[in-house]
Design a binder for this molecule. Structure first.
Ligand code: FE2
Length: 268
């Protein structure tokens, strides 16, 4: 593993990290979870009207230690009904798959993932959150440029993201884009939680240098390691192919977790 490249660029690609069997197991398990999921009115309305923003926020804020389902913003019509089947309408599942679901837990806590963390010098690694991201055909929305440390903050230490491609990720279906070396610039903003209220501290409101973004097209089974300060994004998926990915965010247990993160620090 090329640690120097990671330190220089802020990201690292390892092909064939997950096996075919592991990719298939995670995709299959996500399908099972979705088929068991009932999109009740409460959950549906959460995302159907802007005046439900508070409810939406609460559903999100309470998801740190749960398996919850989040829809694409274009999933509902003006009456709050799903325009497509639920399995074609979800944006992601989060944020505790890595310990609440046995299949996700087994792979998330496997020795090769812990070993990868240790090779990256994350001592006594702690998994903070997990997400299954669908990037649905035709309606998979863009993810605007950001640094992961904006959303989950560890004092004076960047978190680390592992982004597993469960399907081939291409420019057409919305692969990741990054600014190589961009992790050397400071954090631009921080999201904070006060009770059930969310606020942002803005440290630098200059625009992102989008012209420096490069696409990271990777085949199924690859993992992309992301430094917590690396600017990254993904574009809309307007293609007929989905782009399923699984992500984990990690920190070293030795570092200080910010108490005002939206995400409660896992105790498992
Ligand atoms: Fe991110």
């Amino acid at each position: 593993m090329d640690l120097t490249s990671y330190q220089d660029n802020g990201y690292l690609i390892l092909n064939d990290f997950l096996t075919e069997k592991e990719c298939s197991a995670l995709i299959h398990r996500a399908q099972e979870l979705v088929s068991e999921f009932e999109p009740t009115d409460e959950v549906k309305t959460v995302f159907s009207t802007t005046d439900q923003a508070h409810t939406q926020q609460k559903y999100f804020l309470d998801s740190a230690d749960k398996i919850r389902f989040f829809f694409e913003k274009g999933a509902f019509d003006e009456h709050g009904n799903l325009r497509f089947p639920k399995e074609k309408s979800l944006n992601k599942i989060g944020h505790a798959l890595h310990y609440k679901d046995p299949i996700f837990a087994e792979i998330s806590n496997s020795s090769k993932i812990i070993d990868l963390a240790k090779k990256l010098k994350i001592s006594d690694p702690l998994l903070l959150q997990s997400m299954y991201i669908f990037k649905q055909p035709f309606i998979g929305d863009e993810v605007i440029p950001h640094q992961d440390n904006t959303y989950v903050h560890v004092k004076d230490h960047p978190i680390t993201g592992f982004w597993f491609a469960l399907q081939d990720a291409t420019i057409e279906n919305g692969c990741l884009w990054v600014i190589p070396g961009g992790h050397k610039t400071p954090l631009k903003s921080r999201m904070k939680r006060h009770g059930d209220e969310i606020s942002f501290d803005i440290f630098d409101d200059s625009p992102w240098e989008l012209e420096k973004m490069i696409p990271l097209e990777v085949p199924r089974g690859s993992v992309i390691v992301l430094h917590g300060l690396l600017p990254h994004m993904s574009k809309e998926n307007l293609s007929p192919k989905s782009r399923h990915a699984y992500t984990l965010h990690l920190m070293s247990s030795e570092h200080d977790y910010a108490e005002d993160n939206w995400l409660k620090k896992p105790t498992v």
